[in-house]
Design a protein around this ligand. Structure first.
Ligand SMILES: Cc1cc2nc3c(=O)[nH]c(=O)nc-3n(C[C@H](O)[C@H](O)[C@H](O)COP(=O)(O)OP(=O)(O)OC[C@H]3O[C@@H](n4cnc5c(N)ncnc54)[C@H](O)[C@@H]3O)c2cc1C
Length: 414
């Protein structure tokens, strides 16, 4: 008899997990009240950022908090009114920024990243989505030599964890990206990173292949996980009770904590908001994602135009969007590409599911026999979705995971 499984959440992590479980032979049902890929996975920068082995929970980031509070132009901002609600999260952030914890995070991501792109090749390839994946690398550019020099330590750490990179001159950067401003003095090219030309379509393609191969997607919100004899027996949904099946994978993005809390598992997720401004139909003169070393945003050439994405905005989950954050991306982009001539634009805000140590939770839940988690992927949800899915499917098959699990253990927050 075919075993059944449930996946909660149809974002990029949930759909990758559903596909990975399906290819192991499970009959899978995905639950989500919103269509596949319509939440945070809709509008990201599309960067498969395997170079990002440094978690953002660090003292140099913490040191920027005063500026976040006062400078509207900062790439990182905190909404004043939301500070009381955010304080406990920042207290944990400060603990996670200790040297040993940062090193643990770097080692964990360093061991995980080599599996990220092969996992995408597998899952997207099998779903007929290979044309969405572009494997040409990415580049970070600097306007000030001092900023480039100051990031030398970062490059040392990246290299230590196996990231291949090439330091390049301003002219070399301009050769890779025609139109790049003469003010760019240096850059770094990462040959092993990749990008997707439509992050939303990536999820849609996975969902279509999933349904074609017999998977079910039910437009329902899971309200409670019903525990019986040490396992999740039933999903109480707003459409009625559902049998949980042999395994349940919780991939609910920023809302995952709500289902775990009653089981006594803490997941200190905050909604780390980010924005994009899509320059619709604009064909960039370059074919790789380009990040600014100083301005903390990225320009990614996509199927439907050029996407400017970035901003870290700490605020409560349901605070209204501040569209200035999206609009200012164009001002920033024009500094890097002075001749940029956008036509129509569209704006979007997404909520990154972020835990204080900037590490996702991937693995099994202690004391619950059949519950798996894959959430908290912060800036790396697209990058790590496929490897998360394959990992959870391996665990469901009682196989050893290819990535280290202890640093991503859900119980690390108590
Ligand atoms: C501006 C911006 C740029 C980014 N750029 C990149 C990038 O270049 N590269 C990268 O790797 N990452 C990037 N990210 C991060 C990435 O987009 C996220 O990490 C990723 O989308 C998270 O995916 P997810 O599946 O966990 O969450 P989501 O896409 O939010 O999906 C979670 C789903 O779970 C559902 N759900 C929640 N609770 C329940 C419930 N109780 N019952 C049923 N369903 C439920 C929700 O409805 C939702 O659809 C970026 C993010 C932003 C905001």
């Amino acid at each position: 008899m075919q075993h059944t499984a449930s996946v909660i959440g149809a974002g990029v992590v949930g759909m990758a997990t559903a596909r990975a479980m399906q290819r192991e032979g499970f009959a899978v049902t995905v639950y989500d009240p919103v269509p596949p890929g319509d939440s945070c996975s809709f509008g990201n920068a599309g960067h498969i950022a395997t170079d990002h082995v440094r978690p953002l929970a660090r003292f140099d980031v913490l040191a920027r908090v005063p500026r976040m509070l006062t400078d509207r132009e900062s790439a990182l901002v905190i909404r004043w009114g939301d500070i009381p609600a955010l304080l406990p999260w920042f207290a944990r952030f400060a603990r996670a920024a200790r040297k040993a914890e940062v090193a643990r995070g770097e080692a964990a991501l360093g061991e995980t990243m080599p599996h990220a792109l092969p996992a995408w090749r597998t899952l997207l390839g099998e779903a007929g989505g290979s044309p969405l994946l572009v494997e040409k690398g990415s580049m970070i550019v600097y306007e000030r030599k001092a900023a480039f020099d100051a990031s030398a330590l970062e490059r040392t750490i990246m290299r230590r964890h196996g990231v291949r990179l090439e330091e390049i001159t301003g002219d070399e950067a301009r050769r890779r990206a025609p139109g790049l401003s003469p003010s760019i003095v240096a850059g770094v090219y990462f040959p092993d990173t990749a990008h997707v030309v439509d992050p939303h379509q990536v999820v849609v393609r996975l969902a279509e292949a999933f349904v074609r191969d017999g998977g079910r997607i039910e437009a329902a919100k899971v309200q409670r996980l019903v525990l019986r004899d040490g396992r999740i027996a039933t999903l109480a949904t707003d459409a009625g009770d559902r049998d949980a099946g042999a395994w349940v994978a919780l991939c609910g993005g920023v809302d995952s904590a709500l289902l775990l809390q009653p089981l006594g598992v803490k997941a200190p997720l905050t909604s780390e908001r980010g924005y994009h401004l899509m320059l619709e139909g604009l064909q960039a003169g370059f074919d790789i994602p380009i990040s600014s070393g100083e301005r903390a945003f990225v320009l990614t050439p996509m199927a439907k135009g050029l996407r400017l994405a970035g901003t870290v905005e700490f605020g409560r989950r349901d605070s209204p969007p501040d569209w200035y954050r999206a609009d200012r991306l164009l001002t920033q982009a024009k500094v890097l590409f002075p001749d940029l001539a956008p036509g129509p634009t569209s704006r979007w805000m997404g909520r990154r599911p972020t835990q204080p140590d900037f590490r996702p939770s991937i693995g099994r839940v202690p004391r619950v026999d059949n519950l798996l988690v894959g959430f908290g992927h912060n800036h790396l949800g697209l990058t790590l979705a496929a490897v998360t899915g394959l990992t959870l499917a391996s665990l469901a098959m009682q196989r050893r995971a290819a990535i280290p699990l202890e640093p991503f253990a859900v119980e690390r927050f108590g």
